[in-house]
Ligand binder design. Sequence first.
Ligand code: SF4
Length: 97
Amino acid sequence: MTNRAVLTEIEESDEWRALANCKGIDTNIFFPSASDTEGIARAKEFCKRCRVKRECLEYAISHEGTRATPGEDLGIYGGLGYDERRLFARRRSSGRG
Ligand code: SF4
C-alpha cells in the first residue's frame, strides 16, 4: 500500500480528527478576518503544533467548495489559508510542490 493510499484511508476514516490540536476548542479562531494578522498568526501557530496537520490539509483540499456551511472554505486548515491551499494544490498537481 502506498503512503498516499494509507493517507486516504486515514482521511476517509476521519480518525485523525481525534488527534487534532484544535479538538474541543472554539474553532472560530481558524476564521480570522483577512486583515487580522495576529489572529491569522495565532491560528497558524496552533496548526504548526498539530500532529494531524497533513491529514487536515489533505481533507481541506479535497473538500474545497463542497462544504454545506457558507464561508467554511475560507478557514485556516493544516496551517494554510484558502489562497495558500489553492496555490499549494496547484503547485503539487503541476509537479512543483
Ligand atoms: S491542522 Fe490546524 S485546523 Fe487542522 S486539525 Fe490541526 S489544529 Fe485543527
